[in-house]
Design a protein around this ligand. Structure first.
Ligand code: PGA
Length: 232
């Protein structure tokens, strides 16, 4: 079963959330659909028949951490998934691999399925193996990875319309799969209704993480359809 994760980032509205719930509740997809809206909109997905996820969480259960949400609260709100270590969190909010690992551990402790985002910057393109090894170092050989998903998102591909070639992506995917044999792997970066099929055909890719195109309901439904087709 292919996985389609929508990362709305800090976009969307109450209106859009209601529209998505209504439209997506009408489809019986063979793909696993996960929508990650801004935390403030999670409550609007109460009647959603697919999955919802948060875009981030903190690693403590409660306390004086203004502005943060705990995995426990996210679970109570109906989340089954949480994105962790998105490149925007790493770059803009200075999240380190150590902090992401602590969040991972707290999320797993509440039975949330973490989607850990990894990937190299444009200037690191020649060194992608080192970058990825570094980002994966806390998880390699870990015994508690059954529910953890990794998302390879080359930063130079996010929001740019440029995606890696089939052979580039194939090489990265087999490298990650070798290190993380039991975990599902998504590709993210400029995924849309036109390229989702070819991306899903790459051996080892279990699904896609979609940013910009996940805010347009028709485009998103196209992607869900393409992923479902390739999952047979
Ligand atoms: P994009 O974003 O699909 O708009 O490139 C992907 C992401 O940042 O997760």
């Amino acid at each position: 079963m292919g996985i389609v994760v929508a990362n709305w980032k800090m976009n969307g509205s109450v209106f859009l959330a209601e529209r998505f719930v209504h439209r997506l509740n009408e489809i019986d997809s063979v793909s696993r659909v996960v929508v990650c809206p801004p935390a403030a909109l999670l409550g609007k997905f109460e009647k959603f028949k697919h999955f919802i996820g948060a875009q981030n969480c903190f690693y403590e259960e409660s306390g004086a951490f203004t502005g943060e949400s705990s995995p426990k609260l996210l679970k109570e709100l109906g989340c089954d998934y949480v994105l962790l270590g998105h490149s925007e969190r790493r770059a803009l909010f200075h999240e380190s691999d150590e902090m992401i690992y602590k969040k991972w551990s707290a999320a797993v402790g509440q039975s949330l399925r973490p989607v850990i985002c990894i990937g190299e910057r444009l200037e690191e393109r020649g060194d992608w193996k080192d970058v990825i090894c570094h980002q994966l170092k806390n998880y390699i050989g870990h015994c508690d990875l059954d529910d953890t998903i990794f998302a390879y998102e080359p930063i130079w591909s996010i929001g740019t319309g440029v995606i890696p070639s089939e052979s580039e992506l194939g090489a990265v995917v087999s490298f990650i799969k070798e290190k993380m044999p039991g975990s599902e792997l998504l590709y993210g970066g400029s995924v849309n209704g036109r390229n989702a099929g070819e991306i899903m055909r790459i051996n080892g890719i279990d699904g896609v993480l979609v940013g910009g195109a996940s805010l347009q309901i028709d485009e998103f439904e196209n992607i869900v359809g393409m992923v479902a087709q390739q999952s047979y």
